[in-house]
Design a binder for this molecule. Sequence first.
Ligand SMILES: NC(=O)c1ccc[n+]([C@@H]2O[C@H](COP(=O)([O-])OP(=O)(O)OC[C@H]3O[C@@H](n4cnc5c(N)ncnc54)[C@H](OP(=O)(O)O)[C@@H]3O)[C@@H](O)[C@H]2O)c1
Length: 276
Amino acid sequence: VRSPIRTAFVTGASSGIGHALCRGLLQRGCAVAAAARRMEPLRELEAEGHARGVRVLAVPLDVACTEAIAPALARAAGELGPFDAVVANAGRGRPLRALEWDAGSVREVFAVNLFGAVETLLAAVPHLRGPGSVLAGVSSIAAWRSGPGAAAYNASKAALSSFLEGIRPELRDLGIRVLEVNPGFVHTAMTDRNAFPMPFRIGAADAARRIVRALEGRRNRLAFPLPMALLMGLVRRLPDRVFDALNLRVSRRLASAGVLGREIPSGSPPGQAPSP
Ligand SMILES: NC(=O)c1ccc[n+]([C@@H]2O[C@H](COP(=O)([O-])OP(=O)(O)OC[C@H]3O[C@@H](n4cnc5c(N)ncnc54)[C@H](OP(=O)(O)O)[C@@H]3O)[C@@H](O)[C@H]2O)c1
């Protein structure tokens, strides 16, 4: 079945969800501009497109260089024509502990997950086909409540979700749909680093199928898989005291497993915490 999405631009296309999404789209006959820093996986997408007779354009792009985003979109639209869908998917995670923080790494996370995504979506507006086009941002279920040891990542996703909600009405007025995608755990390079249990983790191809359906559909929000969305819906409603106790417990477990830097002794005041 041919997709109603005929041309798409996807960031973070070199691995995980973005790579699987590009494959899902091109397998449905959609021409894809696939953007990332690593070119080799983008060349693989080009080869798959070539074999299927579908146009795929590999776009070298570091979304942390926000000034490079608009020219990359313009060049891709020049080659493939206006986009029916633009997906700001590029993202990165970094563990962060309150007492071992580092402003530089917080900025790096925001540079990609928030500023990179915002620039991708807003700079794309002039290159959309018009009414019926969709702008999608890959946020996270982690935007709903901050998880243990990942305050910067979670804050960047909460900001992105809020941003998407904020631009939605004006764009809807132009006939452009804004789609917020909130995955739970997905099996990718990002989660392969996690040395803790990840409930209800699904494969990247499965995640991509759900995103393709949502791009082709009419909704504004997508959260998956359902059991994780329900679980986080409950976690979101926990009283702060209960949530904080759980969060601290998991953070300590991650720290003692070496996932989150060095362990902070129970009850140690900020001044006495081990220095990084
Ligand atoms: N996996 C999960 O469980 C999960 C859950 C919720 C949300 N998400 C979100 O889903 C998105 C995709 O993540 P993933 O799990 O598929 O991770 P991944 O396999 O690590 O892929 C991340 C992608 O982002 C790109 N990227 C990172 N920094 C970039 C930069 N400065 N400029 C351009 N591209 C950059 C990477 O490409 P290059 O390194 O080649 O540039 C790569 O293609 C992210 O936004 C992530 O936060 C993931």
